[in-house]
Design a protein around this ligand. Structure first.
Ligand code: SF4
Ligand code: MSK
Length: 635
């Protein structure tokens, strides 16, 4: 049988990341496939892309016609609005579950540190511990740190488990926003209850009214943003340190041919923190040297990398769409992964290049990977073993090594606390100068540009062009996740990138010495943006609720269900949020209208969609201007 000829791909058409392009070309020469080549073969199902199919029971799957969505229903009679709303709800549930389970892992570690059963981690930031505790009404004056920590643990556990009542961080929500949530009945209870209820309500024959389903989407997504994600961020800061601006490097050029290269990829900082301790242990460094290496070189990828990039200045090798490309360098001796955004293909690809590939979390095993389970009580057992295996692979390297000569330095680690401090000036400890600069028009507004990279659009391109257009128009940009890595590679996280900003934003950046694009951390750190929004409202002058602020959010290249949950908690918090790639609903349907118009009429934010980065930026700017107009600060 004649082999099917694959059309050659011009990798410049699918990515703007030079290191990734170079490695995709190498992979093609080496005869190995990647997501980029598989995507060319796998056309997305158009009915699925429009969310016009249902497989919630075994009378189906039922497919409706996206071109004529009301022409028929599913076998049970489910309309397009029910089907699309249920599909959307399950994406929110999955995304929220991922973040809240991540937060739960942090809570587990925190509990064991507080009760003294974990010795390898400690409370690093006592000030933050006190501030977080005070923010949810725990008495801190004159009390011992550990007593406050015990109370904080018990309070935060309610974020997950409480059956009735509001989650603790609801206390941080601006009163007017909270009032809207009360009116709509969307203040979250414990995340476990909200996620359970959404799964129940989307079972066949339960909730079949799209407005009601979307209400539960809001409540569940909010239990992620102001719940699980916020717990993850705050406890990571308390345990491992709150990020402060630090110069750090991004890109594959930080791999070193003469050192043992170890990459940690995934999401939870526990594994990475232990790996930092392992690679700095003189005994392990000695072993690496005895094997002929100059040392051990540790890098991060995806959100694991984003956590330590800002917190410790550890270099970052690349974002989601570069995770295969980095293996193709042949220089990675070990890749250790935990949870989320880990392509199964990494296992086979690692085998091709002799990289040792390790899963470490009981929730995420991968066929072909070596599983060394990570236990927080004895973390070094896992990470020391991985270092040992990496050293062994270094000694026995056979793969041809090619490291792209790309290194991009930038400033990372802008926590919301630091933004407060940095822009504080004589008002240190308040957002007054930020608000003032927005009111006087030097800064037009603030945009959060976040989220994944996705093979279905040109890798990094949509992020970079959208952000450039925003800063050119005096919009200050804050970033998390893979998006901030795209911009770091494009050089926009250096203070001198201010030359690309409009006059007003440029003046503010030059006065303060900050870049026009601020890197805030990982996906769960989108909660930092929520807190910053709450602070802007509390400071005054920009309205009474988050929905009044001249702010907007975007995920230009999203790919994960977590992004849907993030997008929806921003919308439910009052933020205009625009997504690229494709949107899982059909224009003109009642469900689509509810997301894109109806929610805003209820006092929340709204969803929007655009593929083109410039159009996306201008839609965000138009929204910011609409809010400025309403605040009377347009001129
Ligand atoms: Fe079809 Fe209804 Fe079953 Fe969905 S729940 S698969 S629409 S019959
Ligand atoms: S890692 S969810 S690809 S941002 Fe958080 Fe990146 Fe998106 Fe994963």
């Amino acid at each position: 049988q004649e082999e099917k000829k694959q059309k050659p791909i011009n990798f410049r058409d699918v990515s703007i990341c030079e290191a990734t392009i170079q490695m995709l070309e190498k992979a093609a020469k080496d005869g190995v496939e990647t997501a980029f080549t598989r995507a060319a073969e796998m056309k997305p199902c158009p009915i699925g892309a429009d969310s016009a199919c249902c497989k919630h029971c075994f009378m189906g799957p039922c497919r409706l016609n996206s071109k004529d969505p009301y022409a028929k229903t599913g076998i049970c009679g489910a309309t397009i609005d029910t089907i699309a709303a249920r599909n959307f709800a399950r994406m929110v549930a999955s995304g929220a579950a991922a973040h809240t389970d991540h937060g739960m892992s942090m809570l587990d570690v925190f509990r064991e540190v507080v009760n003294g059963r974990i010795k390898d981690y400690q409370i690093k930031d006592e000030t933050k511990l006190r501030n977080v505790a005070a923010s949810i009404g725990i008495e801190v004056e004159g009390r011992e740190t550990m007593d406050i920590a015990k109370d904080l643990y018990e309070e935060l556990e309610r974020t997950y488990t409480q059956v009735e009542g509001e989650i603790p961080f609801a206390k941080r929500v601006p009163p007017k926003t909270l009032e809207t949530w009360h009116k709509l009945g969307i203040v979250p209870r414990g995340a476990m209850r909200e996620i359970m209820e959404i799964m129940h309500r989307t079972h066949i024959g339960v909730d079949q009214e799209y407005n009601n389903i979307v209400k539960q989407c809001s409540r569940t997504a909010l239990s992620d943003g102001w719940g699980g994600s916020m717990v993850a961020t705050e406890l990571s800061d308390i345990l491992f340190g709150t990020p402060k601006p630090i110069v750090a490097g991004v890109n594959m050029g930080y791999l070193k041919e003469d050192e043992v290269n170890i990459i940690v990829h995934g999401h939870e900082p526990n594994l990475f923190e232990s790996m930092i301790s392992s690679v700095n242990d003189p005994a392990n460094i000695e072993k690496a040297k005895a094997a002929g290496a100059k040392g051990i070189n540790l890098l991060g990828m995806c959100c694991s990398g984003a956590e330590v990039l800002g917190r410790h200045g550890i270099p970052h090798a690349g974002n989601f769409m570069s995770t295969e490309a980095v293996i193709v360098t042949g220089a990675v001796d070990a890749m250790a992964v935990d949870v989320q955004c880990i392509m199964q293909a990494l296992s086979k690809l690692s085998e091709c290049y002799g990289t040792r590939f390790f899963t470490t979390n009981p929730r995420a095993k991968i066929d072909g990977a070596t599983h060394i389970e990570f236990h927080e009580h004895t973390p070094r057992e896992c990470t020391d073993k991985i270092v040992e295996m990496a050293v062994n692979r270094f000694q026995n390297r056979t793969a041809r090594i090619e490291i792209p000569n790309r290194r991009d330095l930038g400033i990372h680690g802008f926590s919301h606390e630091y933004v407060n401090y940095m822009l504080g000036g004589k008002f240190r400890g308040s957002y007054t100068p930020l608000n003032e600069n927005i009111i006087n028009g030097r800064i037009r507004g603030v945009a959060g540009v976040v989220g994944c990279t996705n093979i279905r659009v040109k890798h990094d391109y949509v992020h970079v062009e959208c952000v450039k257009e925003l800063i050119k128009n005096n919009v200050l940009v804050v970033q998390t996740g893979c998006s901030q890595i795209s911009l770091a590679k494009a050089g926009l996280m250096k203070p001198d990138a201010a030359v690309l900003a409009g006059d007003g934003l440029r003046e503010v950046c030059e006065t303060v010495g900050m870049p026009p694009v601020l890197s805030l951390g990982s996906c769960v750190d989108n909660s930092r943006i929520l807190i910053a929004c709450a602070e802007m409202v509390r400071t005054g002058g920009l309205g009474d609720s988050i929905a009044d602020l001249p702010v907007a959010g975007a995920a230009p290249e999203y790919m994960s269900e977590k992004a849907i949950s993030i997008g929806h908690y921003f919308v439910a918090s009052g933020v205009y949020t625009i997504f690229g790639v494709t949107f899982p609903s059909i224009e003109g349907t009642k469900f689509h209208k509810l997301l894109f118009e109806g929610l805003e009429e209820q006092g929340l934010g709204k969803w929007d969609f655009a593929v083109d980065p410039i159009e996306m930026a201008h839609k965000m700017i138009a929204h910011i201007d609409k809010k400025r107009m309403a605040l009377g600060i347009m001129g």
